[in-house]
Unconditional design. Structure first.
Length: 58
């Protein structure tokens, strides 16, 4: 019984530490993408967000 509780506690600890690590990596990757977009500029020539329509040039 004690060994089962110990194993469950270890599993819960590993999962919480792993979840925190994944959250940190995702947030850091998103921050790096924002910095890259600010430095190099937007990669989209015709933004479609915010209700703007795409202008097609012939």
């Amino acid at each position: 019984m004690v060994r089962t509780k110990l194993i469950l506690a270890i599993i819960a600890t590993v999962m919480s530490v792993g979840g925190t690590g994944v959250w940190f990596l995702v947030s850091e990757r998103q921050a790096a993408q924002v910095r890259r977009e600010k430095f190099f500029g937007s990669t989209k020539e015709y933004p479609t967000s915010g209700g703007e329509k795409v202008k097609i040039e012939w």
